[in-house]
Design a binder for this molecule. Sequence first.
Ligand code: E4P
Length: 217
Amino acid sequence: MKFFVDTADIAAIKELNDLGMVDGVTTNPSLILKSGRAIAEVTAEICAMVEGPVSAEVVAEKADDMIAEGRHLAKIAPNVCIKVPLTWDGLKACRVLSDEGHKLNVTLCFSAAQAILAAKAGATFISPFIGRLDDIHMDGMDLIADIREIYDNYGYETQILAASIRTVNHIVDAAKIGADVITAPPSVIKSMANHVLTDKGLAQFNADWAQTGQKIL
Ligand code: E4P
């Protein structure tokens, strides 16, 4: 499973990237706002640090305008992945930009029907939003499973990029289902290392070690 980091925070990306844990990055207009930086500048900096695809999102609503914005964003770096919303215009933009050889991430996917259209439109990645479905008392993980089944039925090459991840269980469940990629905030990825029994076991080992009176170095 590939790990993308869902942030435009350079320091947070660097910490995980230095551990070899970053296969790509996703941003969106809200994350750019949070970074307080210009999209071109921060995207260029991320692209220079990370080898994999870095999603930068268009904000226009009409297909022609999305295409123009997408082409512009793609000039920032060779590893920019153009992110378009799952609207009819977004699908049109996806088809054109994908045919031009760009990588496309179709975002804001909330149904299997939408995911089928994204695959047909040549998306490199489809981003189903797990957390936001859970927020409205639907099961976001069911959507990941449905898309996996459908894509496998027909051999669609579009990669399932499980997004809007809020918990460690979201990551594990998406991995069990076979999502190709997860994108999660750095804090959620780092919390995968936590376990109460690890903390308890370490405390016991440290206490016992202190009683030996020994030193390793
Ligand atoms: C994905 O590309 C989005 O940036 C992201 O996962 C949205 O997550 P949120 O629902 O926590 O804002």
